[in-house]
Ligand binder design. Structure first.
Ligand code: DGL
Length: 282
């Protein structure tokens, strides 16, 4: 089993791509919906919540956990990898979504000017800036925090005129930072749900087609590659399959009300699910 974690529903966009690319594995998804959004929470709080959720997924038998959340990847991943994993179990792995995205950024842009839209937490962490400058120091990066997008999506209000106002507003602020951008990275796993709208408003603002990049396939590819290079871990993940069934199984957990989760997750996955209650919050 592979654990996939997000503060809420956004990680389902990553889960979908991973399952399509790697159907031989089983999955456990955990959404910490009761405490979402994480985007404007402090470093310490995001780290504490994320560690609790990672431990929950370990306890369920996952040897590998993907933080399918940029905010958690930016604020908690490194500490968990360096400080907590050696104490919990050095053989288990936790991976994030920022590094795989940055690794292929070079192939996405012609102007070498990139925009990152993300939560306040991800922007303030400067994780994208730091990672990109290590690998591709010539790429110019502008970041734009979009604090209202996640609450609009978590509350299913993203297809409204009110949402349009805030989608255009933040993109316009990004344009004012750098009109030469030709690629916008959706640096938050919730944003693929409003990708069409982002595409539409970006074309209006920049007056040309914009390359809008969602992370699902990028993360799925990178994970596939990682598991090829780490055969022992891949075998442990396979050995922990939920059932003998060859078809990929997925269990869903939420810290919020399960019926609410089932109804909203439907928007992301287009399939009926039956989530279980995760008792994490004391
Ligand atoms: N989906 C998460 C991300 O990728 C964050 C959403 C939130 O909880 O603010 O950053």
């Amino acid at each position: 089993m592979i654990g996939v974690f997000d503060s809420g529903y956004g990680g389902l966009t990553i889960l979908q791509s991973i399952r399509a690319q790697l159907p031989q594995y089983d999955y456990i998804y955990l959404g910490d919906n009761a405490r979402a959004p994480y985007g404007s929470r402090s470093f310490d709080v995001v780290y504490d919540y994320t560690l609790q959720c990672v431990k929950f997924l370990f306890d369920k038998g996952c040897h590998l956990v993907i933080l399918a959340c940029n905010t958690a990847s930016a604020k908690a991943l490194r500490t968990i990898q360096q400080h907590d994993l050696p104490l919990i179990d050095p053989d288990r792995r936790v991976l994030g979504v920022i590094r795989p995205t940055v690794e292929i950024i070079d192939s996405l842009t012609q102007t070498r000017h990139i925009g990152i839209v993300a939560t306040e937490g991800t922007v303030q962490s400067q994780s994208y800036i730091a990672e990109i400058s290590k690998l591709f120091s010539d790429i110019v990066v502008a970041q734009q925090a979009c604090p209202l997008w996640v609450p609009l999506i978590e509350n299913s209000e993203h297809n409204t005129q009110g949402a349009d106002f805030f989608i255009e507003k933040y993109l316009h602020e990004l344009y004012c930072q750098d009109p030469q951008i030709d690629t916008i990275i959706l640096g938050c796993t919730h944003y693929p749900l409003i990708k069409d709208k982002i595409e539409f408003f970006a074309r209006q603002i920049w007056q040309h087609d914009m390359n809008i990049v969602a992370q699902g396939n990028i993360v799925a590819h990178s994970l596939d590659d990682y598991l090829h290079r780490h055969k022992e871990l891949a075998q442990q993940v396979l050995d922990a399959k939920i059932s003998e069934d060859a078809k990929s199984q997925c269990l869903y957990y939420t810290t919020e009300n399960t019926e609410k989760f089932n109804a909203n997750a439907h928007l992301f996955l287009n399939e009926q699910i039956n989530a279980r209650q995760a008792h994490i919050i004391q």
